[in-house]
Write a protein of this length. Structure first.
Length: 129
């Protein structure tokens, strides 16, 4: 918990510093416009990708396959959408990386490895019904 709070504090300070720096270069209203624009584009992309992942997961279930990959991709898109809605250029950059399919693969493989690690440590208990 303390690492989360420390990370949130440092990230907020970096975002504010970046707002001020970029605002000094391009102007305050352009920064506000960029924040609104990246949020709107990010929301649209996250919605589009979320629907696509949902449909792929349903097809996977209909074929009798476990939709593990699609669940992890859905988690990535959800986290990316939250970051894109949060005002800031750093959070937007990471959010876009999580929402765009090509770059999402890197994150989804890492998340899958983390989940497998927790399962091996028995922090997460996985049972088949």
């Amino acid at each position: 918990m303390k690492w989360f709070l420390l990370t949130a504090f440092i990230l907020s300070a970096l975002e504010i510093g970046l707002f001020i720096w970029i605002g000094g270069i391009i102007g305050t209203w352009w920064v506000v416009l960029l924040i609104i624009l990246t949020g709107a584009i990010g929301f649209y992309l996250a919605k589009q990708q979320g629907i696509e992942i949902w449909n792929q997961a349903q097809l996977s279930i209909q074929r009798g396959e476990a939709p593990t990959r699609y669940i992890i991709n859905g988690i990535c898109v959800l986290i990316g959408a939250v970051l894109l809605i949060t005002p800031g250029f750093i959070t937007d950059a990471v959010g876009f990386l999580l929402v765009i399919p090509l770059t999402r693969r890197i994150f989804s493989k890492k998340i899958e490895a983390i989940i497998k690690h927790f399962i091996k440590k028995r922090t997460i208990i996985y049972r088949r019904w």
